[in-house]
Write a protein that binds this ligand. Sequence first.
Ligand SMILES: Nc1nc2c(ncn2[C@@H]2O[C@H](COP(=O)(O)OP(=O)(O)O)[C@@H](O)[C@H]2O)c(=O)[nH]1
Ligand SMILES: [Mg+2]
Length: 212
Amino acid sequence: MTDETEADPELMEQGRKLFLRPCVFVAGAMTASQLPGATLPEIAFAGRSNVGKSSLINALTNQKALAKTSQTPGRTRQLNFFDCDGVVQLVDLPGYGYAKAPKSDVKAWTKLTLGFLKGRKTLKRVMLLIDSRRGIGDKDREIMTLFDQSAVAWAVVLTKIDKLSQAEQQKVITNVQAEAARHVAAWPGVFVTSAEKRIGLDEIRAHIITLT
Ligand SMILES: Nc1nc2c(ncn2[C@@H]2O[C@H](COP(=O)(O)OP(=O)(O)O)[C@@H](O)[C@H]2O)c(=O)[nH]1
Ligand SMILES: [Mg+2]
């Protein structure tokens, strides 16, 4: 957590309560025509394959397998939508940057996902997940630039913080915050999380509440 992500206890409580209510899978879209109706406010989760998108969605919603998690990266090729009790929709975006993926994959990600990011009126925020152990990589930088160009409001979430020592944590938080701050469309804070140890979840839930 950074100063900016420190949340009002009241909002954290509201967020915690929201995600005790049922979240259900509503749609998996591989083409624009398969996207569900844009009615609820939406929060999308983006990041490299294996960064921990599905694990974070499961942790936020208190479910074990709402979003499928996999040891094998590069499997999720569609946009998955989860409706949380008619209040907000979470969107699990396809991962990018999987080394073994065919070259055409990057283009496919760009076409379907960018189309969604650019055209979706109900999209309130993209949470861009960064693996704490890796920090920001070139693929992440390309995506940040795409977000900026598409006027997508995004925020950085560090994942798997449990894998780092205190000193390593401080270093990656500082570096990632400094880099995000150089982007106009980035929210000026870094969410620090572990889906496994359930760290930083109430701060993200509180942030989501402010967007509903
Ligand atoms: N140690 C640790 N491992 C995690 C955490 N979150 C996810 N993982 C692991 O990282 C791998 C990829 O996670 P997944 O959620 O499927 O990533 P996705 O491809 O971005 O959806 C899985 O083996 C998870 O168990 C975390 O907070 N801590
Ligand atoms: Mg996944």
